[in-house]
Design a protein around this ligand. Structure first.
Ligand code: KIV
Length: 300
């Protein structure tokens, strides 16, 4: 059952009474309404995104967006678990998927199970995402058989960046294009419930979407995919350094934050903040701290 809600005149997604399940995501293959997916790594962001998204991905892009690391290679399982817990606490409708970090799934299916089951048990998230193609398919089959839902990730796989020779669109020649298609087919056959296709040519992504039975979620792929995902910090303009062709910026939060901080610094230096209204006097003694919602002032 769904209740259609409207906020500020803009429609938000129908609110299910429970969190969206992986079976509901899988059932959206070829649906008219595309899957809306974004990354979320903190509680405040998850709270803001949750009403609008079908999937919140706790992506290992947290390495760059929050920690200032150069690649995703240095992300540890324990970090992903803490970020996933924060996202789970602050969301109630979206299906939450957690990235398995570099080198946690490729040694053996048993080790992958140990790591992935920790993520699910400690966070309560719906599923894990694993980068890889044909070579990881037996591991995906093992996890799915043992009740761990898996989302695949093919095309440009940031965890394989050094092997891929940098951040380039994948599948330029027919052989590498065919490999990406076969990768996606292998993980779909292994039982993944959805598959991210990152940074490949439109015709390659379309061939995948047409030939696999699970939803495809594109990032730098094709509008024909069953859904789309972007890294939230990139699309909000928080991270300005990363600007690939496929990125559409929907806001420029870096500029907004900079202006607000400049305003604050001026106020403090000029003695305008705190003002009387922000200070307690003796008569406030023992009164509970009044929490007032301040309107956000413009920057002029
Ligand atoms: O880690 C991440 O944010 C991702 C997205 C790019 C899909 O894997």
């Amino acid at each position: 059952m769904a209740i259609l809600s409207y906020v500020c005149g803009m429609s938000v997604a129908p609110t299910p009474l429970h969190r969206i399940t992986v079976s509901q995501i899988r059932a959206r293959k070829n649906a008219r309404s595309k899957l809306v997916c974004l990354t979320a790594q903190s509680a405040p962001m998850a709270r803001l995104l949750d009403p609008y998204c079908d999937i919140l991905l706790v992506g290992d892009s947290v390495a760059m967006t929050l920690y200032g690391m150069e690649t995703t290679h240095t992300v540890r399982l324990s970090m992903m678990i803490e970020h996933a817990k924060a996202v789970m606490r602050a969301s109630k409708r979206a299906c939450v998927v957690v990235d398995m970090p570099f080198a946690t799934c490729h040694e053996s299916p048993a080790l992958a199970f140990r790591h992935a089951s920790r993520v699910i048990a400690e966070t309560g998230a719906n599923a894990v995402k694993i980068e890889g193609g044909q070579e990881i398919a037996p591991t995906i089959a093992f996890l799915v058989k043992h009740h761990i839902p898996v989302m695949g990730h093919v095309g440009l796989m940031p965890q394989a960046l050094s092997a891929l020779g940098g951040y380039h669109t994948q599948g330029a020649d027919p052989r590498s294009a065919q490999k990406i298609v076969q990768d996606a087919q292998a993980i779909a056959q292994a039982g993944a419930f959805a598959c991210v296709i990152e940074a490949t040519y439109q015709h390659v992504a379309d061939q995948i979407t047409q030939t696999i039975a699970i939803p495809t979620i594109g990032i730098g792929a094709s509008p024909q995919c069953d859904g789309q995902i972007l890294v939230t910090d990139d699309m909000l303009g928080l991270c300005q350094q990363f600007s690939p062709k496929f990125l559409k910026r929907y806001a420029n939060l870096a500029e907004t934050i900079e202006a607000a901080v400049q305003n604050y610094a001026d106020d403090v230096r000029q003695g305008r903040f705190p003002a009387a209204e922000h200070c307690s006097t003796h008569k406030d003694h023992r009164a509970p701290l009044p929490i007032k919602k301040h309107p956000i002032k413009n920057n002029d």
